[in-house]
Design a protein. Structure first.
Length: 291
């Protein structure tokens, strides 16, 4: 029997009055004097604080045990899902536990492992070429500097900042499609170029916040602030967002759009995350972590 229950937002999310959100968005969209730099910075940091409460468990969604594993997984994640990458990389890293092993591995065997991710020939070339570069130029160790990482084949600033922030603890802003979309919707930047987006957002936050901020915006973009139909009616930062109203503003309709652990019917999974269970632990127990 199909449930007739009305979809509801997760109970831990900040509730925003729709009238207040509409008024705030209208005020920020008015023509005239732009938001002052100080007001923009305060609003941006308030958004970050609210998202920290919404996603206290936000971490990199790619499974890894070393900078090498995170680097390869991030390169493989292009044009596929993190869930699929996480299902594929254990076999790859069992067969190729080091950059040298990957560089020297049989190309056909690596292709067969990464085939489920799509574009497997190109991805195999990419990860074997970067592994060879690590062996040749960095004694088989993934470098911990941005300027070195971006010289590796297939590695740009986004991938480099993912590795620096999550594997080395060096602050970095990761501008993927979700981050860029939300930064523009929040009015933090008007730029499309990722490097310019990174520059504008970096000016609003202390470096110590950059990595966590990146995770939170990715989580929010995947769960609530979708590209086509953002779930504005259940968004915890609706009253702080000048783009409120781009998606449904009714709570029930918006809640029906929620994804991952926020999706209707996954309340128990969300409770597990809020209780401190890791994604790896939940996946090992058989919890469904896909959208």
């Amino acid at each position: 029997m199909v449930s007739s229950a009305v979809p509801r937002p997760p109970a831990h999310l900040r509730v925003v009055d729709s009238a207040k959100a509409r008024a705030g968005a209208a005020r920020r969209r008015r023509t005239g004097a732009p938001e002052s730099p100080l007001a923009l910075k305060r609003r941006a940091r308030r958004i970050n604080a609210v998202l920290a409460e919404a996603y206290p468990y936000a971490v990199a969604e790619l499974d890894f045990r070393s900078p090498y594993e995170l680097l390869v997984a991030t390169v493989l994640s292009a044009q596929t899902t993190d869930v699929r990458v996480n299902a594929t990389t254990p076999r790859l890293f069992a067969a190729c536990p080091t950059p040298r092993a990957l560089a020297e591995a049989d190309e056909a065997e690596v292709q067969e492992i990464v085939r489920p991710l799509g574009f497997y020939r190109a991805k195999t070339r990419a990860i074997q070429n970067l592994a060879q570069k690590i062996v040749d130029d960095h004694d088989g160790e993934v470098p911990g500097r941005l300027e070195d990482l971006v010289t590796l084949p297939g590695v740009g600033r986004k991938t480099a900042n993912v590795v620096l922030g999550n594997a080395f603890g060096i602050p970095g802003i990761t501008v993927d499609t979700h981050f860029g979309r939300l930064a523009r919707r929040f009015g933090w930047t008007a730029e499309e170029d990722p490097v310019k987006v990174e520059r504008d957002v970096a000016a609003l936050f202390e470096p110590r916040d950059w990595t966590d901020l990146s995770q939170r915006l990715v989580y929010h973009g995947r769960r609530i602030c979708h590209s086509r139909r953002p779930a504005c009616g259940v968004c915890p930062v609706a009253d702080l967002c000048p783009s409120y109203g781009e998606g449904p503003t009714g709570a029930a309709e918006a809640a029906s759009l929620l994804k991952y652990e926020f999706a209707p019917g996954r309340e128990e999974l969300l409770e597990q995350f809020l209780a401190g269970r890791t994604r790896a632990e939940l996946q090992a127990d058989g919890w469904p972590l896909s959208p």
